[in-house]
Design a protein around this ligand. Structure first.
Ligand code: HEM
Length: 222
C-alpha cells in the first residue's frame, strides 16, 4: 500500500486579494490587447463611418483602464493596512542577504526556501516593481485621457495632466512611454505565469491554486 502524507491547510490569501488579483489579470490582458490595437488598428472597417471599430476598442480600453486604476489603489491600501500581515512580513526577507541567497540557491535546486511571509525576496521586489509600473501606466493613461476628454474627470485632472505632459516632453512622449510600459507587462505576464506553475512543481505547494482557493498546503511533521 502506498504511504499517505497528511497535509495541513493554511489560509494565505483573503477573498479580497484573490478577487483583485484576477480583476487585475483580466484588466491587463484586455488593456494590452486593446492598447496594441489602438496603436496599430489592424482591422479595417467597412466604408461606413458608423462601424467605428477603433472607437469601441478605445471605449473598452478606458473601461479596463479605470478598473486597473481602482484595483491599483485598493491593492496598495490592502498591502499597507490589510488585516493579515503575511505580505508585509516578506519585507523582512528583502532586508536579509541570507534570504536572497537562500531563494536563489533554492531556485537552483539547492536547499529549502523558508520565508518570513508569503513571498521570497526576489518575488517581493518583482511584485513591488510591477506595482510601481502599474501606477506609472495608470498615470500616463490618465494624462492621455485628460488630453482627449476635457469635461468631468478629464477636466478635473487637466491642470496636473497639462503640467505632466509638458514635463514629459509633450503628448507624443507620453504615448511612447505608455507604449513602452505595455511591453514590460507583456514580459512580466509570461514570466509570472511560468514561475507560478514552476514554483508549484519545484516546491510542491503555494502556487497557482493558492490564488484561486486562498489555501496553501504543507506536509504535516510527525
Ligand atoms: C496595463 C495597463 C495598460 C496598457 C498595457 C495600455 C496600453 C496602451 C497602448 C499600447 C496604447 C497605444 C499607445 C500608442 O499610441 O502607441 C494605449 C493608449 C491609451 N491608453 Fe492605455 N494602457 C494601459 C492602461 C491605461 C490606463 C490605466 C488608462 C487610463 C485610464 C489608459 C488610457 C489610454 C488612452 C486614453 C489611450 C489613447 C491614446 C490615444 O488616443 O492616442 N491606458 N494604451
Amino acid at each position: 500500500m502506498a504511504a499517505s502524507i497528511a497535509y495541513k491547510q493554511v489560509k494565505i490569501f483573503s477573498a479580497a486579494i484573490r478577487i483583485f488579483h484576477w480583476l487585475r489579470a483580466l484588466a491587463i490582458v484586455m488593456l494590452v490587447a486593446t492598447g496594441l490595437y489602438i496603436s496599430w488598428p489592424y482591422v479595417v472597417g467597412a466604408d461606413s463611418t458608423d462601424v467605428l471599430v477603433q472607437g469601441w476598442i478605445r471605449f473598452a480600453h478606458l473601461i479596463f483602464g479605470f478598473v486597473l486604476c481602482a484595483v491599483t489603489l485598493a491593492r496598495a491600501y490592502l498591502f499597507f493596512f490589510g488585516k493579515s500581515d503575511i505580505e508585509r512580513r516578506s519585507f523582512k526577507d528583502v532586508m536579509s542577504f541570507k534570504s536572497w541567497l537562500a531563494q536563489i540557491k533554492s531556485y537552483l535546486w539547492m536547499g529549502h526556501l523558508d520565508k518570513a511571509g508569503v513571498y521570497g525576496p526576489l518575488q517581493f521586489m518583482t511584485y513591488f516593481a510591477i506595482s510601481v509600473m502599474a501606477a506609472l501606466i495608470c498615470i500616463t493613461g490618465l494624462i492621455l485621457y485628460a488630453n482627449v476628454y476635457h469635461e468631468g474627470l478629464g477636466g478635473a485632472l487637466w491642470g496636473t495632466a497639462a503640467w505632466l505632459t509638458e514635463a514629459m516632453g509633450g503628448l507624443a512622449m507620453v504615448r511612447i512611454w505608455h507604449h513602452y510600459m505595455t511591453w514590460v507587462f507583456i514580459i512580466f505576464v509570461v514570466i509570472h505565469v511560468y514561475m507560478a506553475v514552476w514554483y508549484g512543481i519545484r516546491f510542491k505547494h503555494n502556487a497557482v491554486d493558492a490564488i484561486v482557493s486562498g489555501y496553501d498546503y504543507h506536509p504535516e511533521k510527525h
